[in-house]
Design a protein around this ligand. Structure first.
Ligand code: CAA
Length: 394
């Protein structure tokens, strides 16, 4: 049975900030953020946007792209590390906003940035086992990355969601869940305590943990796929907390194959996957899949039938290296989503407006009901301790 990703959807908040503006405000050379970190712009969520609204928009795009109906979905999972409630999952709000029926497994997964990949692997197994009975799974990765003002992590924030429609006979990427390399370790590299909206991170240690994880996962993959080396991949998409991390990951991966000049293959194998992430920043669970969308929509090479490698990393940690084969026509399908136009439509913030929004988000969980009219999925506020949202046509 062929299983994999049938359609993809992406959403970003309507606001962003140029990292050149942030660098100047922080007294840092812009080249450190633009070249040293490898990100030019990052998404900023206004206060009527949250994990739910981002997830709903991305899911709607994936469903529309595939021509899928709500009653075809038998599993709806949101992977996130920016939950909105200790008990009620983001996916239940999304179910309501999209009108997905009641004959469906609906739940949320969490393991830092790996939560979406855990859901994807579960969805593939669910379909291959026969439990799906012909239905599809909707896996949504949605997050707002937030480290706090004037911290080293500040230029590695971002916000956005990526939805993956998972089915038999997929039209984008065929995946083989029996050939995935895994690595897990109990480390404290990045975490967000229950009492904090901001993430805590041991930045340089987190980079080392990521590199240890890619080594472990890729070595495991090679045992499961004897004879396969990095040269066998037309492209590689990595988890992208920031662009430079993907370069470090690529060096690490190729060094395991004994490649003494890993940078030589970087442009051909990795650059296309970084075009969109460089303009969005870190979106945690969705970062790898934004890299995949970027690869399929911006690569100038014909990837039909080609093997690509994907690496997912979640701090704490759990990681997975797996492979997929691009289905003929996938690039045209993703190009039709016009993702660059979505990014170009965002409003650029001044440093003052950015800081004001970051401070205002501190109190959004107690935000009272809004009376101002607006369009699209929006977080309206909290009424009698219940989060309330506007649907697509409000
Ligand atoms: N021009 C060009 N490059 C410059 C420069 C300049 N003027 N000044 C510095 N640089 C380069 C540095 O040489 C360095 O490059 P290398 O890594 O190749 O050596 C790069 O810019 C960054 O410089 P620093 O390491 O000095 O930066 P920093 O100490 O301010 O911290 C960071 C960087 C650790 C990534 C920090 O932003 C951070 O903590 N971010 C959050 C954690 C994170 O994203 N970790 C990634 C792994 S964990 C993960 O992937 C899970 C997840 O999503 C969070």
């Amino acid at each position: 049975m062929k299983v994999g990703i049938d359609a993809i959807g992406v959403s970003v908040p309507a606001l962003c900030i140029d990292l050149e503006v942030l660098a100047k405000a922080r007294g840092v050379a812009p080249s450190k953020y633009l070249d040293g970190i490898g990100t030019w712009r990052m998404g900023v969520a206004p206060i009527d946007e949250d994990t739910v609204t981002l997830a709903a928009r991305a899911a709607q795009m994936a469903m529309t792209s595939a021509g899928a109906k709500p009653d075809e979905i038998g599993m709806l999972v949101v992977g996130t590390e920016t939950g909105v409630d200790h008990s009620k999952p983001v996916s239940s709000f999304v179910q309501g906003l999209l009108g997905i029926g009641s004959r469906c497994r609906v739940f949320e997964t969490k393991h830092a940035c790996y939560g979406g990949t855990a859901a994807l692997m579960m969805a593939l197994d669910w379909i291959r086992s026969g439990s799906a009975n012909g239905r599809k799974a909707l896996v949504v990765c949605s997050d707002i990355a937030r480290y706090g003002l004037k911290t080293p992590g500040e230029p590695t924030q971002g916000a956005g969601a990526v939805a993956l429609l998972v089915s038999e006979n997929p039209r984008l990427l065929e995946l083989d869940p029996s050939r995935t390399g895994q690595f897990a370790a109990d480390v404290h590299d990045f975490w967000r305590p229950l009492y904090s909206k901001d993430a805590f991170v041991d930045g340089h240690y987190s980079v080392q943990c990521y590199l240890d994880a890619i080594s472990g996962a890729y070595k495991h993959f090679r045992e499961l796929a004897p004879g396969v080396t990095a040269d066998d991949f037309a492209a590689l998409a990595y988890h992208v907390p920031y662009g430079k991390m993907a370069r470090k990951a690529h060096r690490q991966l190729r060094s395991i194959d004994g490649d003494a000049a890993p940078d030589a293959s970087f442009d051909a194998q990795v650059s296309a996957s970084l075009a969109l992430p460089a303009q969005v920043g870190n979106i945690y669970t969705g970062s790898l899949y934004l890299a995949l969308a970027s690869l399929l929509s911006t690569s100038t090479r014909d990837l039909d039938g080609q093997r690509i490698g994907l690496f997912s990393y979640g701090s704490g940690s759990c990681a997975e290296f797996f492979e997929g084969h691009v289905v003929a026509g996938a690039q045209a399908r993703v190009q039709a989503l016009q993702l660059q136009a979505l990014l170009d439509a965002r409003r650029k913030l001044t440093i003052e407006d950015y800081e004001a929004i970051m401070r205002a988000r501190e109190a959004t969980d107690e935000k009272t009901m809004e009376t101002v009219a607006g369009d699209g999925f929006r977080f309206l506020g909290v009424d009698a301790h219940k989060r309330t949202y506007a649907g697509p046509s409000a």
